[in-house]
Design a protein around this ligand. Structure first.
Ligand SMILES: O=C(O)c1cccc(C(=O)CC[C@H]2O[C@@H](n3cnc4c(=O)[nH]cnc43)[C@H](O)[C@@H]2O)c1
Length: 257
């Protein structure tokens, strides 16, 4: 199987984030990957593997590694719900695409505050483009084509850095701090780990999230999980259907970066 006919991997955190995609599969079949339950099939004509890896970095890194060690894929989309940072311009239910997947709390907590792995001097990954510390820059051309496909389907999305945290930012202060430090739109608990594993395996990667909550002093009564779950899956359906165009730039199309 060459990489163009290989399936697109779709990895989320918790099973409710992918339930409607699973229901929409053509020729859907259950599959077990890395001892986790997933599904194969087609969405919008594109072969896909849907795998809810579990919440957090370790779970999705395990799921992605188990998948990429055993199957060829044409790309991997990490998706789900997320918290919008202050100043992002994002509202509940809005969809955003990552330009960078940034580890937001890998590093050192000092008396003067948090510093990243660059301060330690040990990169998390050494790619062809050099050492990567906390910030995995995604393929700008891939992101641009994904955004265009979403816009064409009527879904205008913001693009910008996404932060991945182990401990959710449940205070106004931490939300402002992380938004400013990383110039980020939103946060989740998985994306950078998926970007990291995809960098190791040389797999094209996108992260798409829909806003379930604002990052603020924790108040679960203000979260709107169900509409965000729907919006994220709508976006993934569009990306899956457009995937042949997203992953294969036409020869005349200018590439960024
Ligand atoms: O109870 C809490 O305070 C809480 C904190 C973070 C996430 C949850 C969830 O129930 C959802 C798990 C899932 O959602 C993503 N997510 C959504 N909003 C945020 C956020 O503001 N910060 C970090 N992660 C978020 C995350 O990727 C999880 O997989 C409950």
């Amino acid at each position: 199987m060459n990489s163009h006919s290989a399936p697109l991997a779709l990895i989320c955190s918790v099973p409710f984030e992918c339930a409607r995609l699973v229901a929409a599969l053509d020729d859907g079949e259950p599959v077990v990957i890395g001892r986790k339950d997933g599904w194969t099939g087609r969405l919008g004509g594109t072969p896909v593997i849907i795998l809810p890896g579990g919440m957090g970095k370790t779970n999705v890194a395990h799921a992605a590694t188990a998948l990429l060690e055993t199957r060829a894929v044409s790309g991997l989309v990490g998706f789900g719900i997320g918290g919008a940072y202050p100043g992002s311009g994002l509202s509940l239910g809005d969809v955003a695409l990552a330009t960078h997947a940034v580890y937001g709390d890998e590093g050192v907590q000092t008396p003067d505050g948090w510093i990243g792995t660059d301060a330690i001097g040990i990169p998390l990954w050494r790619g062809e483009a050099g050492p990567v510390f906390n910030d995995f820059a995604l393929d700008q051309g891939l992101v641009d084509r994904a955004r265009a496909a979403l816009a064409w389907s009527g879904c205008e999305v913001r693009t910008g850095p996404f932060v991945t945290v182990s401990a959710c930012s449940g205070t106004d202060e931490l939300g402002r701090e992380r938004a400013e430090r990383f110039g980020a739109l939103c946060e989740g608990m998985e994306g950078a780990a998926l970007a990291h594993v995809c960098a190791i395996y040389g797999v094209p990667f996108l992260e798409v999230r829909a806003v379930s909550n604002h990052v603020e002093d924790r108040d679960m009564s203000r979260w709107r999980i169900a509409p965000a779950v729907e919006a994220a899956q709508d976006a993934v359906l569009t990306l899956a259907g457009a995937w042949p165009r997203i992953c294969n730039p036409t020869p005349t199309e200018p590439e960024h970066g």
